[in-house]
Design a protein around this ligand. Structure first.
Ligand SMILES: [Zn+2]
Length: 429
């Protein structure tokens, strides 16, 4: 189920996307209040935008634009909106993303080719361990995509290891779709309750929300900790509500494939110039084929590296590496630049650490401070030193570390008003 364009040459893919881009610009100039104004304010003649490089003549769209002019992005009347998705609002006010009937078909196609990329086929049974409600678009996309493939779906939703294992024993799913750090909890639960998880037939797990690879595409600590216990294949998938498009790893597990019919990507530096191939920068996307809320040069805030060489699977499409962090969450600490997910991954190394929370503060001379709160089975000085020396070896700096009660920390991390656990609180000014 590989769309033919993905096997075409890089040059053919570029030409194909440039045709799609022209269609998009015409559509936006006609239907989008936001982009109509933006083209006119900036004297942009869309007939002069012919190549992907020409995109650089158009200003970028930011999250703030979306927050402030949310409904001006809508290109269809309200009665054509079928699904109201919302962004998680990790960085400020959530944005409403409307999807039409055609957008839901596009979403299903997107997810079907993405999940097929990771090897899911007609007739496979898949356990969905993410939420499908609360305006969350990914859960809906998985369901629609699996339906389109012809796979069976068990919608268990997040949390509750016992329920997850009961269902796995009952239905023998070949694949799971889950948040990877939760898999560690599943393993711990199985071991405590004599569940022989390696004999239950799970072959692959599509992992969302947290990275599995390092910047150079090696398995990170989290992936290694899962794999040393559980004989499965882990595939990373990355998406966001705004882009309505997923980047999922193929069976070679080396960064998520772009699907050229659905999205154009750029990787930009702080001045909105493209970074060199293979360098990290902010993922900036242009959606293709979206009817209700198409986006042009939208800066996602996610820092990634893009890989362009042909993949062993035969696809010639670009691949998006792990999200190294959010641009706004970059910390400058004692001369080192750190994205908080790097700290999470180090903390994942320790079995004794049951929960963690990273807090960022500004100190009285205006510098960033990092405080890591951990709930641990082991609160000895010796263990603390072990954590510190591991942080030192991986990060080159040691943040402040505080032991906390599990219950206290859980209240901060699992805020019932938030859709995702909060492992980072940024108090910086
Ligand atoms: Zn591939």
């Amino acid at each position: 189920m590989i769309p033919p364009i993905e096997l075409a040459s890089a040059e053919e893919i570029k030409v194909f996307q440039e045709e799609k881009l022209k269609e998009l610009l015409t559509y936006l100039a006609e239907k989008s209040r936001f982009y109509k104004k933006m083209f006119s304010d900036n004297a942009i003649d869309i007939s002069q935008i012919k190549t992907l490089e020409d995109l650089q003549q158009i200003p970028v769209t930011t999250k703030t634009d979306l927050q402030q002019h949310n409904y001006n992005f809508l290109c269809v009347p309200k009665h054509e909106i079928i699904d109201y998705a919302t962004t998680s609002g990790t960085l400020g006010k959530p944005v409403v993303v409307g999807l039409t009937d055609n957008d839901l078909d596009r979403l299903a196609y997107n997810e079907a080719i993405s999940l097929a990329c990771a090897g899911i086929k007609k007739g496979d049974v898949v356990q969905l361990m993410t939420t499908i409600d609360r305006g969350f678009v990914a859960g809906l996309a998985y369901f629609l995509g699996l339906r389109k493939i012809g796979a069976g779906v068990i919608r268990i939703g997040p949390r509750n290891p016992q329920l997850q294992w009961d269902s796995i024993v009952e239905h023998k799913p070949k694949y799971l779709i889950a948040v990877p750090s939760f898999l560690l909890k599943m393993i711990a639960y199985a071991e405590a309750n004599q569940i022989d998880y390696n004999q239950l037939g799970v072959e692959g797990i599509i992992c969302i929300g947290e990275a599995l690879r390092t910047a150079d595409l090696e398995n990170n600590v989290l992936a290694n900790r899962i794999l040393e216990k559980w004989d499965v294949n882990l595939y990373s998938t990355y998406a966001s509500t705004e882009m309505s498009t997923a980047f999922t790893e193929c069976t070679y597990q080396n960064a998520g494939h772009l699907h050229p019919e659905l999205i154009i990507i750029e990787v930009l530096d702080n001045q909105n110039n493209p970074v060199k191939d293979g360098e990290e920068g902010e993922l900036t996307i242009t959606t293709l084929g979206v009817e209700a809320m198409p986006l042009l040069r939208f800066k996602t805030g996610d820092i990634v590296t893009v890989f362009s060489e042909k993949c062993k699977c035969g696809r010639n499409t670009k691949r998006v590496g792990p999200v190294l962090g959010r641009k706004k969450q970059l910390v400058k600490y004692k001369g080192t630049s750190i994205y908080p997910p790097a700290i999470f991954d180090i903390l994942n190394f320790f079995d004794s650490i049951k929960l963690y929370l990273v807090e960022l503060h500004t100190n009285d001379i205006g510098n960033d401070e990092i405080c890591v709160k951990i709930a641990s089975d082991d609160v000895s000085e010796e263990f603390l030193n072990k954590v510190k020396s591991y942080l030192q070896s991986k990060l080159r700096v040691i943040p402040t570390i505080e032991f906390c009660e599990l219950e206290t920390l859980a209240k901060l991390v699992f805020n019932p008003n938030k859709r995702k656990p909060t492992y980072l609180i940024d108090y910086r000014i």
